[in-house]
Structure formats: structure tokens, C-alpha cells
Write a protein that binds this ligand. Structure first.
Ligand SMILES: Cc1cc2nc3c(=O)[nH]c(=O)nc-3n(C[C@H](O)[C@H](O)[C@H](O)COP(=O)(O)OP(=O)(O)OC[C@H]3O[C@@H](n4cnc5c(N)ncnc54)[C@H](O)[C@@H]3O)c2cc1C
Length: 1014
């Protein structure tokens, strides 16, 4: 554990100069003398510092059941061209095959290494390679990905993306019987008779105990490819290949660098460092893209069944070379196969690899046909569990959050190897996470960032949203470059990378946080799935910057999501195309739940099905505006934001308009006063600036962890005002400094000196000085609440003042109730209606006759609140909706006739907000009288049948193909019907269908509603 070493020992060499430069502000917090002494001590100790021998250490993982999500004949592990060739060939033999890839696409051997060309004189015979290159010398990533996915779909081979293998399953005879995988949904098991391991380092063969050649010490040859740009760091490429694409008026070239890199002990940590070194020296000014990973041939190949097989170099190697000795049900189909190292490169060329893949696939299929179904399958026992406190916690439900798998395999208690031991681990190196790493590293603590993507920066780089919109350009965030005429995405990614490394931080790319090591209620480690297996990183503080609270949820924190059983709403999601040098491609045509592996899969594959072959590539990061959020010590709410609430522990002041990309969840948005202008505005609900208290980063009931980015503790309606990149940078930075303070002061993050943190943030300009004197401004004194009651209905007040008054009333409902009733009694006309609506929302039944009378006067639906060019489904509730929702809030049966009258006028052409308001009102009253009218509405033409049960081509255009509006309408009405007692099982039937919907949001909501029952 990091606590075993003094922190000073962990200050990395290159952070020393940086620390000197930041010494002035450190001095104010910790005392300059202490800091200087630490630096001197650090320098002395660095010379003797030896990193702990991680291999020997492990953390305790108790016994557990891993849900089984697939049972097949053959499991192909890895998503290479060889893997696809083997899978399709095996399927031709009539066996069931599942391929499990770790990247969000297939063809990683070609696309991730960016070796997209054919060599001189290379000829093609394979079906796949001929399609991939289509008579050209060079292909594009999108074409490789599309071709391989289509091949699997055509062959009826199931496949998963974004999954790393973590364990091997064995049957009662100890033979391989499948694998365990880790992904954003947790871990699951796949049972299979035969395994084809196509991973670079033969992870599964290693887990099966296959013998290897020793890892060669010293340097290893690696190739790295960069697209475009000029030499900047003095190193010249070994060759240039015309890319046959143009960008910004230039003809582009791929530049291949042959590098001799120190690969250390061959561990993931050593290779990750080598990868970073390669990036250090090959970065080219103005580059358009660069390889996700290095190409190299591992020295520790698996020992095959026989090496005296008379194979002649240059011919097709025999099958035995791809079967691990002593593991008859396992094939190795990668650079780790038993081929002489100087011959391996040729075997990995696309055409040869396809041929070998087909040979292996055929043999595996024939073997599977002769092999019985594995029985008594369990996870192969690992090393004995250490006698340490704590346990590994993770999500074990299935591929989807709704998963309730009935079958499981047992995994006995074991030790999970420790891969690293650091002060602060940041999981997710995106918009907030990369800045958290910078913040912590600049404070001299030992930081490791773990990021799944190929580069840092998240939505702002890999997500192709390269420039800011709103947010406050103050303090730290001013340092972060944005993409402009001169700087592209690669530049921005490189900035994050070098900033972290220059401050002494370490970076692991292509690895996935997938669990937590927790002792009592303190998180002491994070579980990480790497391309070389799963392990633990021991920490003093984890910063969960996944934007989806992945680690906090795995550790046991409560969370919130737009599809929980209470309501269904999610901001629109996108998936951009990625042309070379692309910096800003803002899309919104999907709804995606990042924790749902099937949903993410169908988004990637469905969009690629319709992507233009003329495009170069597709983004690998889903543009997700709203995700799962943790429940923290404080939950930020929209009314608090609009009411201008202050806190004693504010760490960010953010600002934006209400850029929501969806309707809000809370009904009270219907009460927001509008002007002619705001009704037509792009973002009609009010925005502004708001504070984020530090407590929103602390998951309730857990310590040792901070949750930042979009996964922080807030109601979904509060997201719009805090999510802008400029503010997320500052939030991340503040969290990084907070984590570093916790480490330095040997406290948990919950116990840090928040005032000291605020002082630093004020000093660098992140926060205005007055936060230092703020206290929690809530609850407000009675006089201000009473004043708000008067102001809300005062037409002479500005809209902003009336919105603030509304927020104060809603956040002080008990105090406001009595003055509201008095105001209602004495008011007349529209003012009376305004008070009636408010009291209706608060459940006061005395206003029911007034609301009914007003609603009866209205004989047609009012115009939608515009919400700009956003999708039809994003409209705010209208004033008529407000009357309906207020009546629903009273739960009074007297409202039924008028509500049912309105319900009768609905049809698919009526705006969603009206369907929603009636559904919400009726389900609140929950009277069986509403059931038959709701069923009648659902049976009108066009209202039903919008469920999506399987993969479908997805497209950004035209609008109607977005396929969001109709299911949202159908599901909300079916839910109301179900909650009103149902009509001939129609509501339940529709919800049961949506429970199987491939789209995560719908499946999750339907499942939640059904589980809660009616
Ligand atoms: C389409 C779209 C348009 C937007 N437009 C704008 C705009 O114009 N201007 C603006 O200022 N803001 C905009 N925003 C908002 C802003 O970009 C986001 O709110 C912000 O980037 C979110 O930051 P984050 O750190 O929470 O998430 P991200 O930036 O997404 O970072 C999360 C990172 O964690 C990684 N990760 C996730 N899970 C794991 C795991 N288990 N293990 C390892 N790594 C993991 C991801 O790969 C990712 O890199 C937009 C957002 C979207 C989606």
C-alpha cells in the first residue's frame, strides 16, 4: 500500500522542476519550508527508490457467482482480422461462435496500429482481405471495421465489443471451458468448449497455464504510425506511405517509426510506459491521427504442441503451432503463437493472418463438434487469497443493468494481483479526469491515469467536441487549449498527455476501471482490466472520472439514472464520424446508456452499418451528454441552482444556458414563466451561474473516493448548468488538488481542509473571493420566501426574478404553503391560476375546482415551447401541460373527467409534452377509470409497435429515423396504463416488450416499472 512508503519517496523525477514553479502557492497551503524540505528529501530518496515488486502482491477477492451471459461452442477472444476469419470459418461448419473484442470496433490489428496498407508485392487471396483492400494498396479504418462486422453478421456469429478477458473457466476435468470478461457493465462469464485466443500477449493461454518462452530482457522493436504533420522532436520516420487522402488541402502520408524501446519486464505497466515514450518522441506538429497502440512481436511466445513438425519457413505454418502445449482446447492466433520471432511479422500480414485464421477456425469447429458440453464449469482457481482486510467489489448482473441472469459460475476466493501502488488513481482521463490528474500531479503526489480510449481528453478530444460553449473561462481552465484554426484534436490530446507527464504523472491507455477494492467503507484500490489481464491498483484516493460513476457504483454507492423506475428521460447522445483532423462534430440522434454493453454495441454497429464508406473513420467515444450519477453527501438540484444557493464548500462556479437536449424530468418546469422571446429560444428554461459544493463529489457512505465529471451527485435536471467543458476542467482540477491534499495530510477526502482548497482555487482565479465567506444560504428566512410568493405572480418583475422566486418557493415548499394559500384566496384572474398551479403541484386539493374550470376553457393544445433545433422529444411542458400536471399533483379523482376529455384528443401528431403530462397526471391519480381510455389511445394507429428488439441500421438523418420520440410516447402511456390498473394486460404487455428493447434506456425503465409493480 502507498501508506507503507513515505509520500516523499513517490515524487517522480521530472516533477521536481515543476514543483519549484508551483512552490509559491503550495507554500500558502502547506508551508513553504515544509515543501522545500520535501523536495530535497525527495531528490535524495529518488536515487534509492525502487518500485515495489508488484507481482508478489495481491488483494483479497472473496468467493462469488459470475453471471453467465452466453453459452457457445467456440469463444474467440479478441477482435483482429484473424479472429474474424476464424469465427466466420467456424460458423460455416455449423457451430455456435461468440467473438469478444476489447475495442469498440473490430480489426484492431489493422486500425489500432494504423498499419492500413499493403506492402510492395503483397497479393491478396482471402475473402476478407480482398474486401478490406478492394484492389487498392491502402484502406481506411471505417472500411475495415464495416467489413469485419458485416462478415460476422452475415455468418451469424455473435460478437461483443469493449470487453477484456479476465479469467478462464474450466470444467470438472480442468479443461478450458470459457472465459470471464470485464466491461462497463461489470464482469460476466461466457461458456465455450473451445477458445481461440487472438490477444496480442495470449492472455487466456497464460491464464490456462500454457508454457511460454522467457520474456527477453532489454529493448524491443516497436513500430508506431502517425498520420500527417511535421517532424518536431528530432526523430525521423523509417518510411512514408501515401495515405491517398487529403485534409486541409494537403495530400497526407502515414509515417512509420521503428523504435527500440525499453519494454522492461513485459508487464502492462512497463508496456504502457514504453507506449508513452513512443508518443513522446514521435509526436509530429500538426499530425492528423496517430496509432492507438504500438505494433510489436512479443518475445515470450506460447510453446506450441510440437516444434519438430518439419514446417518450412515461407509456407503456411501447421496447426500445432497455434495450439498451446498441454491445452488441447485452446488455440493461440496472434503474435504470441509458436512461430519463430523473425517469421511472425509475415504471419501477421492481413492475407496470411486470414488464411491462418480460417485454418484455426475450421479445426476448432471440428474439435467442438467432437467435444461434449462442459460440465461443472467454474472460474479456474487463482492464487490463494491474501489475509488482508478488504474485498474486491464489482457489478455482477449481466451485460445490461437490467440483467437478471439465472445461470452463474462460481469463483472461489483468490488473490487479485496488484499492478501498481500510487497515491491517486484517476479512472477516466476525459474532460474532468485529465485535469484532475494534472491538479494532483502538480501537487507532487504520485498519480496514475487509467483511460479506456487511445488518448486523453474525453468528449473534448476523442468525442470530437473540441471547442467550448458557455462555461466560465477563469483560472485553471484558461490553460487548456481548444481546437482552433491552428490546433486540432491531436494537439489537445498531446497537451493533456505532456502536462500530466511533465508533472510526474503516469498514464495507462486502453485499460478499463471495472471494480473497487474496499475495506469497510473506504475505497483502497481500483480494479483495472488491461489487454494483459485484470489487476488492482492500490491507492490513497481514487478519482472516479468515468463520467458514469463506474467505480463508485462498483464499490457499492447508490446512483441515479434517467431511466430509473421513477421517470424516463435522457439527454440526446451522438456518435460522430471522424475524418482526419476533425475537431468538432456535434451530433444528437441516439439515446445510449453507457453501462449497458448491448446498448453501446448496437449504437456502434448500427451507426457503422449506415456510415458512408467515403468517411475515414467513426469516433470511438460515444457522445453522451447525460450518464449515471452517484448519490453524494449533497445532491445538486436545478431549483438550488436557479435560486442562487451558496454553500460553505463550493469548489466550482459554473455557467451555462439550459442546454438540455431533452425534456426535464421535474414537472415544475411547466411553471416557468415565458416571454414571447423565450418560447422561441433555443434553450427556453433559464440558466446562469451556479456553485458546486465539494460534497457533491463525495459518494454517500464511501470514503477514499471522489466522483467527478458527469457522474457527480446531481439531479439530472441540474446537469445542463454544470457540464460545460470549461467548468469541467476546473472541477477536475479542484478534485485533483483535493485528492493530493488528502494524501499529503494523511486524511480521507471527506476530511480535507476545504477552506485551504478554496483559498488555492481563489488564488488561481477558479473561484471568486467571496466563496471564502459563504455559508449555506438555505433555508432562507421566512421573509424572503414570502417575498418570493409575491414576486412569482408579479408581471412587472423580470422573468429572471420570477424564475428565481419560483425556485425559492419550490425549494421551501413548507414555508411557502401558507402564504401561497393566502395569495390564492385573494387573487383573481391569471394570478389566481398561477397560484392554483403551484398549490396543485404541492398536492393542495382546494385548488382543484379552479384548475378544472381553467382547463375546461381550453379547447385546443397550445404551441410547444420551441427548444430550438433540438429533437421533437426535447420540448418543455407548456402552460396547458402545467394545468394538467397540477391536477395530477393533487391526486384528486374530481380531475379525471377533464383529463380524460383531453386524453381523447391525443394522437401521434400531438406534441410529446402533452402525452407526457396526461400520462404523468393520470398515473398520479392512479384510478382504474383511466385505464380503458389510455388503452384506446395506445391502440390508435401509429401509437404502438416502436420497440426495437435487435440490431438496426441507425442514421443521423432524416430526423424521423432518430427513433426516440415514438418509443418515449408509447412507454410513458403504457406505464400510466399499468399504474392505473391496466386494461386487458395491454400496459404490462408493452412494458414487457420494452424490457427486451435493445436500447438501454427503454429496457431499464420498463424493467424498473415492472419490478416496482402496479
Ligand atoms: C455531443 C456533446 C456535445 C457537447 N457540446 C459541448 C460544447 O459545445 N461545449 C462544451 O463546453 N461542452 C459540451 N458538451 C459537454 C461536455 O463536453 C461534457 O459535459 C464533458 O466533456 C463531460 O466530461 P466528463 O469528464 O464527465 O466525461 P468525458 O469527457 O466523457 O470523460 C470520461 C472519460 O472516461 C473514460 N472512461 C469511462 N469509463 C471508463 C472506465 N471504466 N475505465 C477507464 N476509462 C473510462 C472515457 O473513455 C472518457 O475518456 C458536449 C457534450 C456532448 C456529449
Amino acid at each position: 500500500m502507498s501508506g507503507a512508503l513515505p509520500n516523499t519517496m513517490k515524487i517522480p523525477v521530472n516533477s521536481y522542476h515543476f514543483q519549484q514553479s508551483v512552490g509559491h502557492f503550495l507554500g500558502t497551503i502547506w508551508g513553504k519550508r515544509r515543501f522545500e524540505m520535501r523536495c530535497v528529501l525527495a531528490c535524495l530518496l529518488l536515487t534509492v527508490f525502487v518500485h515495489p515488486a508488484f507481482g508478489a502482491e495481491s488483494v483479497h477477492q472473496s468467493s462469488r457467482q459470475i453471471p453467465v451471459v452466453h453459452k457457445v461452442d467456440i469463444v474467440v477472444v479478441g477482435g483482429t482480422l484473424g479472429a474474424v476469419a476464424a469465427a466466420t470459418e467456424a460458423a460455416k461448419e455449423g457451430v455456435r461462435v461468440l467473438l469478444v473484442g476489447s475495442r469498440p470496433y473490430l480489426g484492431e490489428d489493422i486500425c489500432a496500429t494504423m498499419r492500413l496498407w499493403l506492402d510492395e508485392g503483397e497479393t491478396l487471396h482471402g475473402e476478407l482481405t480482398r474486401q478490406i483492400f478492394s484492389d487498392k494498396q491502402i484502406t481506411t479504418p471505417i472500411h475495415v471495421k464495416q467489413t469485419l462486422e458485416a462478415a460476422l453478421l452475415d455468418a451469424g456469429v455473435g460478437f461483443l465489443l469493449g470487453c477484456y478477458p479476465t479469467d478462464i473457466l474450466v470444467d470438472d476435468g480442468g479443461d478450458p471451458a470459457g472465459i470471464v470478461i470485464a466491461n462497463r457493465a461489470g464482469r460476466q462469464a461466457v461458456i465455450g468448449k473451445i477458445i481461440i485466443d487472438t490477444t496480442d500477449r495470449a492472455v487466456i493461454a497464460g491464464l490456462a497455464g500454457a508454457k511460454r518462452q522467457p520474456w527477453g530482457s532489454g529493448n524491443g522493436r516497436c513500430n508506431r504510425v502517425v498520420l500527417g504533420g511535421k517532424v518536431t522532436r528530432g526523430l525521423f520516420p523509417t518510411r512514408e506511405i501515401p495515405a491517398v487522402i487529403r485534409a486541409e488541402g494537403q495530400e497526407l502520408f502515414y509515417y512509420e517509426y521503428a523504435l527500440d524501446l525499453n519494454l522492461g519486464d513485459g508487464s502492462f505497466a512497463a508496456l504502457a510506459e514504453a507506449e508513452q515514450k513512443a508518443r513522446d518522441i514521435t509526436y509530429r506538429d500538426g499530425q492528423f491521427r496517430s496509432a492507438e497502440k504500438l505494433f510489436s512481436i512479443p518475445s515470450d511466445s506460447i510453446i506450441g504442441e510440437t516444434v519438430s513438425d518439419g514446417w518450412r519457413i515461407g509456407t503456411q505454418p501447421p496447426l500445432q503451432r497455434f495450439r498451446a502445449e498441454g491445452c488441447s482446447r485452446l488455440y493461440v492466433l496472434s503474435g504470441s503463437a509458436d512461430i519463430p520471432r523473425d517469421q511472425m511479422q509475415a504471419c501477421l500480414r492481413p492475407d496470411r493472418l486470414e488464411r491462418i485464421g480460417r485454418m484455426v477456425g475450421r479445426a476448432a469447429a471440428q474439435q467442438a463438434q467432437k467435444t461434449g458440453v462442459p460440465v461443472n464449469v467454474s472460474v479456474k482457481a487463482g492464487s490463494a487469497p491474501p489475509a488482508s482486510n478488504g474485498d474486491v467489489r464489482e457489478v455482477l448482473r449481466g451485460l445490461r443493468p437490467t440483467g437478471h441472469e439465472t445461470k452463474a459460475v462460481s469463483s472461489s476466493a483468490c488473490g487479485v494481483p496488484v499492478l501498481a501502488d500510487v497515491d491517486v488513481a484517476v479512472i477516466g482521463g476525459g474532460t474532468s479526469g485529465a485535469c484532475a490528474a494534472i491538479g494532483a500531479a502538480r501537487y507532487g503526489v504520485d498519480v496514475l491515469v487509467v483511460e479506456y480510449q487511445e488518448g486523453l481528453g474525453g468528449v473534448g478530444t476523442m468525442g470530437l467536441i473540441g471547442r467550448p460553449y458557455h462555461g466560465r473561462l477563469r483560472g485553471f481552465t484558461r490553460e487548456v487549449p481548444f481546437c482552433d484554426k491552428e490546433h486540432n484534436t491531436e494537439y489537445k490530446m498531446e497537451w493533456y498527455r505532456t502536462e500530466i507527464r511533465n508533472a510526474g504523472g503516469k498514464i495507462w491507455l486502453g485499460a478499463l476501471g471495472c471494480g473497487a477494492f474496499v475495506d469497510g467503507n473506504v475505497v483502497k484500490g481500483v480494479l483495472v482490466a488491461t489487454p494483459m489481464g485484470r489487476g488492482a491498483i492500490l491507492v490513497d484516493v481514487v478519482i472516479d472520472a468515468t463520467g458514469n460513476a463506474d467505480i463508485a457504483v462498483a464499490a457499492g454507492a447508490d446512483s441515479m439514472f434517467g431511466g430509473d423506475e421513477t421517470d424516463i428521460a435522457l439527454q440526446g447522445t451522438g456518435l460522430p464520424m471522424r475524418s482526419p483532423g476533425a475537431t468538432y462534430v456535434n451530433t444528437d440522434y441516439l439515446l445510449v446508456d453507457e453501462s449497458d454493453v448491448l446498448d453501446v454495441w448496437r449504437a456502434f454497429v448500427g451507426v457503422r452499418m449506415t456510415s458512408s464508406a467515403a468517411s475515414y473513420d467513426m469516433g470511438t467515444l460515444i457522445q453522451n451528454r447525460e450518464r449515471r450519477r452517484v448519490v453524494g453527501d449533497q445532491v445538486l438540484s436545478y431549483v438550488d441552482q436557479i435560486a442562487g444557493r451558496t454553500y460553505p464548500d463550493s469548489i466550482v462556479l459554473s455557467g451555462s444556458d439550459y442546454d438540455s437536449h431533452c425534456y426535464p424530468s421535474e414537472s415544475y418546469f411547466a411553471l416557468i414563466p415565458h416571454t414571447q422571446q423565450t418560447r422561441k429560444a433555443n434553450h427556453p428554461a433559464p440558466g446562469g451561474t451556479c456553485y458546486t459544493p465539494y460534497r457533491c463529489l463525495l459518494p454517500r457512505g464511501l470514503d477514499g473516493i471522489l466522483v467527478i465529471g458527469l457522474g457527480m451527485s446531481m439531479h439530472r435536471d441540474a446537469t445542463a448548468m454544470i457540464r460545460m467543458q470549461l467548468d469541467m476542467h476546473n472541477q477536475g482540477y479542484a478534485a485533483g488538488v483535493a485528492a493530493a491534499m488528502a494524501v499529503r495530510d494523511e486524511r480521507t477526502p471527506r476530511r480535507i481542509d476545504v477552506k485551504a482548497l478554496q483559498k488555492h482555487l481563489v488564488q488561481i482565479g477558479n473561484l471568486p473571493e467571496d466563496v471564502l465567506t459563504h455559508r449555506d444560504s438555505f433555508p432562507l428566512p421566512d421573509r424572503l420566501v414570502h417575498a418570493a410568493v409575491r414576486e412569482y405572480s408579479n408581471q412587472t418583475q423580470s422573468r429572471a426574478a420570477r424564475c428565481k422566486a419560483l425556485s425559492i418557493i419550490l425549494s421551501h415548499a413548507d414555508k411557502a404553503r401558507s402564504p401561497l394559500k393566502t395569495a390564492f384566496t385573494s387573487a383573481t384572474g391569471e394570478v389566481k391560476i398561477a397560484y392554483a398551479k403551484l398549490l396543485g403541484f404541492m398536492g393542495e386539493r382546494e385548488v382543484v375546482p379552479t384548475l378544472i374550470a381553467k382547463l375546461k376553457e381550453i379547447d385546443q393544445w397550445d404551441a410547444k415551447i420551441y427548444q430550438g433545433s433540438m429533437a421533437e422529444y426535447a420540448h418543455l411542458p407548456t402552460p396547458v401541460d402545467a394545468l394538467i400536471l397540477a391536477l395530477g399533483g393533487t391526486r384528486d379523482r374530481r380531475a379525471l373527467p377533464v383529463l380524460l376529455e383531453k386524453l381523447d384528443t391525443l394522437n401521434p401528431n400531438v406534441t410529446l409534452s402533452h402525452h407526457r403530462s396526461l400520462a404523468l397526471a393520470l398515473e398520479q391519480i392512479a384510478d382504474p377509470t383511466a385505464a380503458e381510455p389510455l388503452a384506446r389511445l395506445l391502440n390508435k394507429p401509429g401509437m404502438r409497435g416502436h420497440v426495437m428488439l435487435g440490431l438496426e441500421p441507425l442514421t443521423n438523418h432524416p430526423q424521423k429515423k432518430r427513433r426516440r420520440l415514438e418509443p418515449l410516447r408509447e412507454i410513458v402511456l403504457a406505464r400510466a396504463l399499468y399504474r392505473c390498473g391496466d386494461w386487458q394486460g395491454l400496459g404490462e404487455g408493452i412494458l414487457q416488450e420494452y424490457r427486451q428493447d435493445i436500447r438501454g434506456l427503454f429496457a431499464r425503465h420498463a424493467s424498473g416499472v415492472l419490478s416496482a409493480g402496479n
